[in-house]
Design a binder for this molecule. Structure first.
Ligand SMILES: C[S@@+](CC[C@H](N)C(=O)[O-])C[C@H]1O[C@@H](n2cnc3c(N)ncnc32)[C@H](O)[C@@H]1O
Length: 407
């Protein structure tokens, strides 16, 4: 996910000047204070050096500051009602519905520069239904853009189309009392051309600020069910898109991924995840006696899932998790003692999901495919699982061929 370049770690003094100067009359801060709940847990996405978080926290309002850039939390003025977490907007390290509200000030939500849809889905997921989401960005067409700032304003329509109420607050950068050379330097960075910054820098620059506010819809409702025959082409399309998000897949494997029909063997089930009536993910659930199991030794009580793919446009919204949960639940209901996944070594985002869901990485069971290494992850489903399967051992070097272990 896009973490935007940010200079605050390398140049903390320049960033501190920017923060002192921005919204000097405090109008944006005052509006945020009105819009956010007085008490409860409020998320600040892309918190920078905690300037805004520190001003809004306290008196029963706790701010959780999430920031991807290294070292920013250390630059923050410690505050008893601000907690710092390293993370980024597109994959918030928070459970569903745990925040009472969220805000982002001039961070990540710049639809003119990147598509922040994934971050927006994350805000809806982590803020409880009905809790407020407030996004602050540049309105453009003001004295700041008059200087020739490269990035102008954001389109209010982008926010309105996504259910936000949009208002514009007139505030200003104030440079009174600041070192003129440092001000010139900051403005030159904004404009991208030092010659366009007046010799005598301004003490005030009008700034129109866009504030977009919306109630959270809560996490999307994800339903997992069996694939219907007519959905096969869509499932093939999602599967390829999900795998191609890691790098272009080629050859026979590509043909196999495109055709979910090839995975419906015996009682093997191809499942789909649906969000608001749209199929957005798929997984294939397999039991030892299915033809799709491929006859691995030691299958007693084992279940497996394979070919898990999520439409990249909804990645990070909990679809992968819902698909794995459905397989785990099904395996549990069928009395399986363990569930296993063999995943291509390069699918690092999927591996992080499996580990978050409690799967253990088992390098001793890894295999090799013609297209690369297969990593094995297992999750025990019964308390006697350990008595039924080979205990973890050292990795086998070189990894055996998949066909030698599984057929
Ligand atoms: C201009 S600063 C604003 C900081 C702070 N919100 C404030 O108002 O002072 C932009 C911030 O966005 C953060 N940022 C960039 N990409 C991000 C992402 N993908 N997720 C969350 N924050 C991000 C940067 O690290 C930086 O802290």
């Amino acid at each position: 996910m896009a973490v935007l370049p940010f200079y605050g770690t390398a140049e903390p003094e320049r960033f501190a000047l920017e923060r002192r100067a921005m919204d000097r009359p405090g109008r944006v801060l005052a509006r945020l204070d009105e819009l956010l709940p007085r008490t409860g847990s409020v998320l600040d996405v892309g918190a920078g050096d905690g300037w805004t978080a520190g001003h809004l926290a306290g008196d029963g309002r706790h701010v959780l500051a999430v920031e991807p850039a290294a070292g920013m939390a250390a630059q923050a003025e410690p505050h008893p009602a601000v907690t710092w977490v390293r993370g980024e907007a597109g994959a918030l390290p928070l459970a569903d519905g745990t925040m009472d509200a969220a805000f982002a000030t001039w961070a990540y939500f710049f639809p003119s520069a990147i598509d922040p849809s994934r971050g927006l889905a994350e805000l809806h997921r982590v803020v409880r239904p009905g809790g407020r989401i407030v996004i602050v960005s540049n309105g453009g067409d003001d004295e700041l853009t008059g200087l020739g700032v490269a990035s102008g304003g954001e389109d209010p329509g982008w926010f309105a189309d996504r259910g936000f109420d949009v208002e514009v607050v007139a505030t200003a950068f104030g440079f009174d009392g600041e070192d003129p050379d440092a001000v010139r330097d900051l403005l030159a960075r904004y404009v991208g051309d030092p010659d366009r910054v007046p010799e005598e820098p301004p003490t005030r620059l009008g700034h129109r600020v866009l504030i977009a506010t919306s109630p959270s819809a809560g996490p999307p409702r994800i339903r997992v069910r069996g694939m219907r025959h007519h959905e096969a082409p869509r499932v093939g399309e999602i599967t390829l898109a999900g795998y191609d998000a890691y790098g272009e897949i080629e050859g026979d494997y590509r043909r196999y991924l495109r055709d979910p029909g090839a995975r419906i063997d015996g009682s093997t089930s191809v499942l789909v995840a649906e969000v608001e009536g749209r199929v957005v993910g798929t997984v294939t659930f397999v039991l030892p006696h299915d033809e799709g199991w491929e006859g691995r030794a030691e299958p007693d009580g084992d279940a497996m899932f394979r070919v898990l793919a999520v439409d990249p446009t909804v990645e990070g919204a909990g679809v992968g998790r819902a698909l794995v949960d459905a397989c785990v639940q099904r395996a549990g209901e069928l009395g399986c003692r363990r569930i296993l996944i063999v995943s291509m070594a390069w699918m690092d985002r999927a591996h992080r999901l499996y580990e978050r869901l409690g799967f253990a990485r088992r390098p001793d069971l890894d295999v090799r495919f013609p297209a690369g290494d297969g990593y094995v992850f297992t999750l025990d489903l019964s308390s006697d699982a350990a008595d039924h399967f080979t205990p973890p051992g050292p990795p086998v070097d070189p990894r055996p061929w998949y066909a030698d272990v599984w057929r």
